[in-house]
Design a protein. Structure first.
Length: 310
């Protein structure tokens, strides 16, 4: 109800152009997007199913992994279906409440993904640096507190974006040169001062991501120090192997995330077509690759997947 409690400036529908400059290729661009999206849906659903039914996977690490899979489903589903409807059906209109709702869930799942990766880094730190205390530190009660905390934090960070948009009057063009609604892109259509939107929309997410990256870096620094103190080479390899999939997912998430945020704010020489294409790939490729990475690199999941399909 908060999202739809709009101001008196509530405009009519917005028009999403898709990818400007590539309109004639929209039908063909939609095919790989659809394939990657289906891969993301199937991969994350299989991951959630295995974690739910296999008692051997009822551990804190896999609980956080299931939360990451659910967040990835929200991230891709909030943007890709509308993108495909633009590419294939020419359905470019989106209502103002619908635009705010899409923007909220895309930004919310993005920030929540970062928080979950931070929680997973803490899980690996406890598992490797304090293995004997792992079950006493990460109790079900503690895990629930972590999940509620990161979810509430992400909600509080993104909700002001909605209010910052509802206060703006939209009396100029309602054409958005993008495939989905995002905060700054919609704010730039307003005929009012949007300096608060620009600074909040840039500073708060980037500071949140930087703080998460710092905490993840501290966790893995302590993990590496503990690993290299292990007596045997096999023990070191086993300890690093449990972190390999998580490190791959961290790199896949943060590298394009920082590039996209900085290019959107400072990359005036980056073409709009490239930026929009990259932004679309970002909301669909990590959700598709995450379950594949964990399926290949995590032995427990790999064995269960083989057993499921055999």
């Amino acid at each position: 109800m908060i999202i739809f409690n709009l101001s008196s400036y509530n405009p009519g529908p917005f028009i999403l152009l898709g990818i400007p400059g590539l309109e004639q290729f929209h039908v063909w661009i939609g095919i790989p997007f659809c394939i990657i999206y289906i891969t993301a849906i199937m991969g994350n659903c299989i991951l959630l199913y295995l974690i739910a039914v296999e008692r051997s996977l009822h551990e804190p690490m896999f609980f956080f992994l299931s939360m990451l899979a659910m967040t990835d489903l929200i991230l891709s589903t909030a943007g890709v279906p509308k993108t495909l409807s633009i590419f294939w059906l020419g359905a470019r209109e989106i209502t103002f409440p619908g635009c705010l709702t899409q923007m909220f869930f895309i930004h919310y799942s993005f920030v929540l993904d970062s928080a979950i990766l931070m929680a997973m880094a803490f899980d690996r730190y406890v598992a490797i640096c304090s293995p004997l205390r792992y079950t006493t530190i990460l109790t079900p009660r503690t895990i629930i507190k972590i999940v509620v905390g990161v979810s509430f934090r992400s909600f509080c960070i993104i909700l002001p974006d909605v209010f910052l948009l509802t206060r703006l009057p939209f009396c100029r063009t309602r054409i958005i040169p993008h495939t989905y609604c995002e905060h700054i892109g919609v704010a730039r259509l307003a005929c009012a001062d949007i300096s608060i939107n620009i600074w909040y929309g840039f500073c708060v997410p980037i500071m949140t991501l930087i703080s998460d990256v710092i905490l993840i870096a501290v966790s893995y620094t302590l993990i590496l120090c503990a690993v290299f103190r292990l007596p045997s080479r096999d023990a070191r390899q086993k300890a690093l192997g449990t972190c390999g999939s998580h490190i791959c997912v961290i790199l896949m998430f943060y590298t394009p995330a920082f590039f996209s945020i900085l290019a959107h704010r400072f990359g005036h020489n980056v073409s709009r077509t490239f930026h929009i294409m990259f932004a679309n790939l970002y909301i669909v490729i990590p959700p598709a690759l995450n379950p594949i990475v964990y399926g290949v690199k995590t032995k427990q999941i790999r064995d269960k997947v083989i057993l499921l399909f055999s």
